[in-house]
Design a protein around this ligand. Structure first.
Ligand code: SF4
Length: 706
C-alpha cells in the first residue's frame, strides 16, 4: 500500500518587536511557509518578561488579511482632473474598481512626483505638508521628514504625537532638558511608591501594568489618580477619583503639602536645580494649592485628605510617576507635565534607580518618530529649526487654501483627530493627497493615490519604545510590498533629489540617522542592535547605552533642573460645582472622556482583522454612572457644540462619577471624535480629548431634543 507523502511545513522562529503599543514587547513569531501561526514572548524577554497582552499575542491576522492594500490605487476622478498626467501614464494603468485605477509602485510614485512637482512650482514648497503616524520604523520616519523638508522644501511635518505626548516632550524639555522616560521599566521593582495619573495602564500599557500590579500587591504602594475608577485603581492604596480637568489642581496641591510641611530635599534642590525660591513662594500664595479647597467640591470632598497623604508618601519615599493621555490631552497638558517634574525635582525623585518620570507613550514608535524629527519645530535629535505648522494649524491652512498637498503616512486623521467634520472639509480643499497605508481607512477615502506598504512584521527597522529602548525588528514574513522609506526614496529620486535619497536598504537610512542624530544614536550600529536584540539598548548610545537619564546633570544648557510655576485655572466641572450649577436631573451638561480598551489599538485598523479581538469589542460603548440611570435609556447620542456621535450603547457602572461619562473610540462608525473641537493644550496644540461637555440624547428623542 502506498503511503501518502505529506510535506512538512518549513517552520521558523524569529525574534522581533510587537507592532502595537509603546511598551515595545519583544516577541517571537512562529512562521510556517511564510505565514505567522503564533506569536509568543520568550521567558527571558527583558520587556515582556515572558508575557504578552492579547493584542501582541493574537493580533497578527492583519498581515494576511484579504483587504490589505496590495496594489497602488489611483483615483479615477484625480486622473480626470489631471488629463496631462493621465495621458502620460495611461499605458501603465489598468482598472482596479469603480473608483480607482491601478499600476505598479513605480507608476504610482511617478504620478505622485509629477503632481507634487507641479504643486511645488505653482504654489511653492510650503504649500505641501506631511502628517505621519508612528507605527512605522525610525528609518521611514526619518525619510518622511527629510522628504518634506529637503525634497519638497516645506517645514510642515508632524506626527501623531500631536494628539498624544507632545505636551510630555514640551513639559519635560522645558524643565529637565529631555522629553523622554527617565528610567527603565524594571526600576518599578526598585521603587518604594508609585503615582499613576491619567493612565488606564492595565488596558493601554498592560505589560508595564504587570510590574505595577505585582509591586502594588506586595508593597501596597500605589496611588492612582483619574477621573474614573480604572482597573488598576482596584489595587491602589489611594484610589483618587478627581473632577474633570483637575490635574494641575491636584499636582500643585501635592507641591503645596511638600513645601508647607518641608518634606522637600534641600540638598538636591541646592545642587541640581534653579528657581525654587520663586516657585515655592508662588505655590504657597496660590489660592487653589491648599488641599483644603477640595473639601468645598461636592462629591469629591474626600480628596483633601487623600491628596495630602499621597504627597507625603511621594516626598519621603523613592518614588516614580507614570502618566498617559489623561494628563496630556488637556488645555494645560504641558503645564501639568511641568508640575510633575517640579515634584520630582523638589523631592530628588529623579536621576537615580527606582525614582523618576515615566510618560507612557502610545504607539510602538512614537518616541522614535519624535527622535527622528517628525515634528515641525525639531530636526532629528531635537535640533532647533524655525517652526512649521502643527497639525491643527495645517487643517486651518488647508481650509484657507494655503496648504494644497498632503502626504499622509499611516495616520488616520479623519478618525482619531478631533473636529472630524472640520477635517473633512479641509481635506476636500486639497489639490492632492497621497496616503501610505496597510488598509483602507477613513483618510484613504480622501486620497488621490494610495500605496500599500509593508507592515512592521514584514520589514527590518529600528523602533524606540517608551523607555528609550531601541529594538531592531526583523521581518517575520517576506512581502513584496515596499517599505515606507522605499516609496519616499522613489518619489524623491523622481523629483530630482536622488543625491539626498541614495538609500538601498534600511541600514543605509539608519547609518545616515546615526550621523544626523549623533547625540542619541551615533553608537547604535545595526550590528550592535542585532547583537543586543534581547537586552536592547537605551538612548543615548555611544560606546555604552544609558538606562537612567540625569544621573549627574539634567540635559538643559546649564545642567540644572528648572522649576516652572503655573496656577490652576478655575473652570469646567469644578467651577460649576462651586456655583451649584452642576448636579441636576437633566441629561445635559455631562463631562465626557474617552480612551482605549484592551483588545484594540486606536482606529483598530489592524486589531479588528483578528476575529477574537474584534468579537471582544465590536462597537464602542459608553459608560455612565449608576446614579444617572434614570436620566436616559440604554442607547443614546452624544451632542456637543461641534457635532454628534452615532447611537451608542450605554453601560451603567459604579466606576464613573455622576454626570461624567467614559467612551471608547476605536470604531469610526461611532463618530466619537465629532464631539471634540479645537480646544487644545495652550503650548503645543494637543487636542483636549479628555474632557468635553455633551448633552445626552436618548435615541428616539433626537428630533424633540434637536
Ligand atoms: S503591551 Fe503593548 S507591546 Fe506588549 S504585547 Fe501588548 S500591545 Fe504589544
Amino acid at each position: 500500500m502506498m503511503t501518502k507523502q505529506i510535506d512538512k511545513p518549513e517552520r521558523k522562529e524569529i525574534e522581533s518587536v510587537c507592532t502595537y503599543c509603546g511598551v515595545g514587547c519583544d516577541i517571537t513569531g512562529v512562521v510556517e511557509n511564510n505565514k505567522i501561526v503564533k506569536i509568543y514572548a520568550q521567558k527571558d524577554g527583558v520587556v515582556s518578561e515572558g508575557k504578552l497582552c492579547i493584542k501582541g499575542k493574537y493580533g497578527y491576522d492583519f498581515v494576511d488579511a484579504k483587504d490589505r492594500i496590495r496594489e497602488p490605487r489611483i483615483r479615477k476622478t484625480f486622473l480626470d482632473k489631471n488629463p496631462h498626467i493621465k495621458d502620460k501614464f495611461q499605458d501603465k494603468l489598468s482598472c482596479f474598481d469603480d473608483d480607482f485605477m491601478t499600476g505598479d509602485v513605480e507608476t504610482a510614485t511617478g504620478i505622485a512626483a509629477m503632481k507634487l512637482a507641479e504643486i511645488k512650482q505653482k504654489y511653492g514648497g510650503e504649500s505641501f505638508c506631511a502628517i505621519g503616524g508612528a507605527r512605522t520604523s525610525c528609518e521611514s520616519a526619518y525619510s518622511f521628514q527629510k522628504f518634506c523638508r529637503q525634497t519638497m522644501g516645506s517645514p510642515h511635518v508632524d506626527n501623531c504625537a500631536r494628539v498624544c505626548h507632545s505636551p510630555s516632550l514640551k513639559g519635560m524639555k522645558t524643565t529637565i532638558g529631555e522629553g523622554a522616560a527617565t528610567n527603565p521599566y524594571n526600576d518599578i521593582y526598585e521603587t518604594e511608591f508609585m503615582v499613576v495619573i491619567g493612565s488606564n495602564t492595565m488596558e493601554a500599557h498592560p505589560i508595564i501594568a504587570n510590574r505595577i500590579v505585582s509591586m502594588a500587591r506586595t508593597h501596597n504602594n500605589l496611588a492612582v489618580i483619574d477621573v474614573r475608577e480604572t482597573k488598576l485603581a482596584k489595587l491602589a492604596k489611594y484610589n483618587c477619583i478627581i473632577p474633570f480637568e483637575a490635574n494641575m489642581l491636584i499636582l500643585n496641591m501635592m507641591a503645596y503639602v511638600i513645601i508647607d510641611e518641608e518634606l522637600y530635599d534641600k540638598s538636591f534642590i541646592g545642587n541640581r536645580t534653579k528657581d525654587f525660591d520663586v516657585y515655592k513662594e508662588s505655590i504657597l500664595n496660590d489660592p487653589y494649592a491648599n488641599p483644603a479647597f477640595l473639601s468645598k467640591i461636592e462629591g469629591y470632598e474626600y480628596l483633601a485628605k487623600m491628596v495630602s497623604n499621597i504627597a507625603r508618601e511621594y516626598a519621603v519615599k523613592k518614588s516614580m510617576i507614570f502618566w498617559g493621555l489623561g494628563i496630556t490631552e488637556h488645555l494645560d497638558g504641558s503645564y501639568a507635565v511641568m508640575a510633575m517634574t517640579n515634584l520630582a525635582l523638589m523631592t530628588g525623585n529623579i536621576g537615580k534607580t527606582g525614582a523618576g518620570l515615566m510618560p507612557l507613550r502610545g504607539q510602538n514608535n512614537v518616541q522614535g518618530a519624535c527622535d527622528m524629527g517628525c515634528l515641525p519645530y525639531y530636526l532629528p535629535d531635537y535640533q532647533n529649526t524655525p517652526s512649521g505648522l502643527m497639525t491643527p494649524q495645517l487643517v486651518e491652512a488647508m481650509n484657507e487654501g494655503q496648504i494644497k498637498a498632503l502626504l499622509n503616512m499611516g495616520e488616520d486623521i479623519m478618525h482619531i483627530h478631533p473636529n472630524i467634520e472640520k477635517i473633512d472639509k479641509a481635506m476636500d480643499n486639497l489639490e492632492f493627497c497621497m496616503v501610505q497605508e496597510l488598509f483602507m481607512t477613513e483618510v484613504t477615502k480622501k486620497a488621490d493615490i494610495i500605496i500599500g506598504v509593508k507592515s512592521a512584521y514584514e520589514k527590518t527597522g529600528v523602533y524606540v519604545n517608551a523607555m528609550r529602548r531601541l529594538h531592531l525588528s526583523q521581518p517575520l514574513v517576506e512581502s513584496d510590498l515596499p517599505d515606507d522609506w522605499e516609496v519616499l526614496t522613489q518619489m524623491a529620486q523622481k523629483l530630482g533629489d536622488g543625491d539626498n535619497f541614495h538609500f538601498k536598504s534600511s541600514e543605509d537610512v539608519w547609518n545616515e540617522v546615526r550621523v544626523e542624530a549623533p547625540r542619541r544614536f551615533s553608537g547604535a550600529a545595526y550590528y550592535r542592535l542585532e547583537r543586543h536584540r534581547k537586552r536592547g539598548m537605551q538612548w543615548p548610545i555611544y560606546h555604552e547605552d544609558t538606562p537612567i537619564l540625569h544621573l549627574l546633570d539634567f540635559r538643559t544648557d546649564d545642567g540644572l533642573g528648572k522649576f516652572v510655576y503655573k496656577q490652576y485655572d478655575l473652570r469646567g466641572q469644578i467651577e460649576e460645582i462651586l456655583e451649584n450649577k452642576f448636579y441636576d436631573d437633566s441629561p445635559n451638561g455631562f463631562y465626557l472622556t474617552t480612551g482605549r480598551t484592551l483588545p484594540h489599538y486606536n482606529n483598530a485598523a489592524q486589531t479588528k482583522r483578528t476575529k477574537s479581538l474584534y468579537d471582544k469589542h465590536s462597537e464602542d460603548t459608553l459608560f455612565a454612572a449608576i446614579e444617572d440611570e434614570g436620566k436616559f435609556g440604554d442607547k443614546v447620542i452624544l451632542k456637543s457644540e461641534y457635532g454628534e456621535t452615532e447611537a451608542l450603547n450605554v453601560v451603567y457602572t459604579k466606576k464613573v462619577k455622576p454626570k461624567t461619562l467614559f467612551c471608547t473610540f476605536h470604531h469610526a462608525k461611532s463618530r466619537i471624535n465629532a464631539v471634540f473641537g479645537d480646544e487644545s493644550d495652550a503650548l503645543i496644540l494637543t487636542a483636549r480629548f479628555k474632557s468635553v461637555k455633551v448633552d445626552v440624547i436618548p435615541v428616539g428623542d433626537e428630533v424633540a431634543c434637536g
